[in-house]
Design a protein around this ligand. Structure first.
Ligand SMILES: NC(=O)c1ccc[n+]([C@@H]2O[C@H](COP(=O)([O-])OP(=O)(O)OC[C@H]3O[C@@H](n4cnc5c(N)ncnc54)[C@H](O)[C@@H]3O)[C@@H](O)[C@H]2O)c1
Length: 254
């Protein structure tokens, strides 16, 4: 598929060992990119990279906590050494949070923002010099459909993801003149290990099937739905799309 061809590009996908990130890493590798799989879970990252290689793609597992800038910088250097300068960054690593607002401690608040928002800041800063030098770059930040209308008992999570939306829009304006696009995909109800964990804990306000029945397209989203949108946004053909909130939610948010 020409529009989604990323042949020869170096890509980094954070949180690439599970769910949405894994689907994105597999899809970009399928489209020809050489993929650095950044994940907190070293074993899962290795398994993801091995799976991609078994499918004929190129992937390198890099154990990285996106809250740790030194580790990110070392990881980016490792990927650059293996595949060349980084052209594509997908900031997908994220943690969920469910808690009554008055019970959220400053520590909990800070820890969640450190991964979801500051992690995105760090990864963008770490790869932008490569993109500026190449006068070409694609950044896709995975936010959340909860940013469209808010979500009770998830204030820290929604605040962190809303920060990612603002970061995306401002970066797009600053780096558009340098050939770099920055967009955000706010996924809406995707069937991933995170979603199933929350279903098992009774945190979803109903089962996955129940939510699917309320979704206009009558199914839960698949990680591959987000991967397809990402593949388009990182393509050459998407060069006139930047600073956008690219909703993928089965019509749950319009
Ligand atoms: N599943 C949904 O319906 C949904 C909806 C909206 C937004 N999102 C967002 O999509 C992203 C992926 O979610 P998912 O459902 O695939 O979750 P998931 O839990 O299945 O996968 C998340 C991956 O991120 C990794 N990770 C977590 N913290 C990290 C850190 N500090 N550094 C590096 N890696 C880290 C985990 O190890 C895991 O492999 C998250 O940012 C999430 O907030 C998901």
């Amino acid at each position: 598929m020409a529009a989604e061809n990323s042949t020869g590009r170096t890509a980094i996908v954070t949180g690439g060992a599970s769910g949405i990130g894994l689907a994105i890493a597999r899809r970009l590798a399928h489209d020809g990119a050489n993929v650095g799989v950044f994940d907190l879970d070293a074993d899962a990252a290795e398994a993801a990279a091995a799976k991609i290689r078994a499918e004929g793609g190129a992937a390198l597992a890099v154990p990285v906590d996106v809250a740790d800038r030194a580790r990110i910088d070392r990881g980016v250097a490792q990927v650059r050494d293996a595949y060349g300068p980084v052209g594509i960054l997908v900031n997908n690593a994220g943690r969920e949070g469910f808690q009554a607002f008055l019970d959220i401690t400053e520590e909990t608040w800070e820890n969640l923002l450190r991964v979801n928002l500051t992690g995105t800041f760090h990864c963008c800063q770490a790869v932008l010099p490569d993109m500026i030098a190449a006068r070409w770059g694609r950044i896709v930040n995975i936010s959340s459909s909860s940013t469209h209308g808010g979500q009770p008992f998830m204030t820290h999570y929604v605040a962190s993801k809303s920060g990612v939306v603002g970061l995306t829009k401002s970066l797009a304006l600053e780096f558009g003149p340098k050939g770099i696009t920055v967009n955000t995909i706010p996924p809406g109800f995707i069937d991933t290990p995170m979603t199933r964990r929350n279903e098992a804990k009774g945190l979803l306000g109903g089962t996955v099937d129940h939510h699917a029945s309320l979704t206009p397209v009558r199914r839960a989203g698949l990680p591959e739905d987000i991967a397809a949108a990402t593949a388009f946004l990182v393509s050459d053909e998407a060069g006139y799309i930047t600073g956008q909130i690219f909703g993928v939610n089965g019509g749950r948010n319009t």
